[in-house]
Design a protein around this ligand. Structure first.
Ligand code: ATP
Ligand code: ZN
Length: 286
């Protein structure tokens, strides 16, 4: 029987769409029915399990699943014996402490003796210990943000992305205790065959990730400025230069990173570049 790699992803929730999208961008086809627990990929030796995110670290530790996509926050909170092997660049959020808007925050010492409600008791307790703060942790499993208004706690420690949920509950963020994104976790003793499949999958994931961080750029450059323009554009090896029919001008093609994208565009324009086109890259194999 063909060996398959078993991957656990969130069944529904904030990580679901991006997890499915990433697998599909890796060229892996499977049918994902809402009520399904399991799906077989049609064109890659992969079996997909749909689970609650909280359960994924345990399933991966036990080897029920070989790998999983889950928030780093959950991995740290559950503290299971799994390896984090890749960051996936989605599901970005932070685990923060928030207090009522009208209170004056005076620094970490403000939290001494306070009651803090959270679903992340382990991570919070680590933070409190590190900072020598004596506070009472109230562990609750959901709707943490309403705890202060119903008198259950003085502060909360919860996941935040935009901050709008905090704001609409009359809270303000005062400490970030963890920055998190979705990660790929793996069982610590994968078999040789599973490892080979995992390497192929990671190769594809990295190609997709790189392609998202980079753009393909085409522009027309006056030949007298070609050297300066090529210095601005590193490219994968170096830029491609094609002679235009109009003598004195060339077409330059390259790949630029989104981080310094606008800076590069400005420098190119300052050096006489015209007709700049920027196109997304679907996959990037380096
Ligand atoms: P499940 O039903 O699978 O237990 P859940 O309700 O615990 O789901 P979600 O709210 O779907 O979890 O969040 C899943 C993960 O998405 C979080 O653990 C976190 O890593 C990430 N995430 C990103 N942004 C946010 C946010 N603003 N609030 C909560 N989680 C976020
Ligand atoms: Zn959950």
């Amino acid at each position: 029987m063909e060996t398959k790699l078993k991957i656990a992803i969130q069944k529904s929730g904030r990580l679901y769409d991006d997890s499915i999208k990433l697998l599909k961008e890796c060229g892996i086809d499977f049918s994902n029915g809402i009520n399904k627990l399991k799906a077989e990929a049609l064109n890659f030796p992969l079996e997909v399990f749909f689970l609650r995110d909280d359960d994924i670290p345990q399933y991966v530790e036990d080897g029920v699943a070989d790998i999983g996509m889950v928030g780093e926050n959950v991995v740290l909170e559950k503290n299971k014996k799994v390896k984090v092997i890749d960051h996936l660049a989605f599901g970005k959020c932070r685990l923060s402490i928030a207090i009522p808007k009208d209170k004056k925050y005076t620094g970490k010492n403000y939290l001494q003796g306070k009651r803090i409600a959270t679903s992340y008791a382990n991570v919070l307790s680590g933070f409190l210990k590190t900072n020598k703060i004596n506070a009472e942790i109230h562990e609750i499993s959901g709707s943490v943000e309403i705890a202060p208004s119903i008198g259950l706690a003085d502060a909360i420690c919860d996941l935040v992305s935009s901050g709008s949920t905090l704001f609409s509950n009359g809270l303000k963020e005062v400490e970030v205790i963890l920055k998190s994104e979705a990660v790929l976790v793996a069982n610590k003793s994968l078999g040789k065959k599973q490892n080979e499949i995992l390497k192929k999958l990671q190769f594809r994931i990295n190609s997709v990730k790189k392609s998202k961080k980079n753009k393909y750029i085409l522009l027309n450059a006056p030949n007298k400025n070609l050297d300066a323009i090529c210095d601005i554009l590193p490219g994968m090896k170096s830029p491609t230069i094609l002679q235009l029919a109009d003598k004195g001008w060339s077409s330059v093609h390259s790949v630029v990173n989104e981080n310094d994208f606008w800076g590069i565009i400005e420098k190119l324009k300052a050096n006489g570049a015209q007709g700049i086109l920027v196109v997304p890259i679907e996959k990037m194999i380096v």
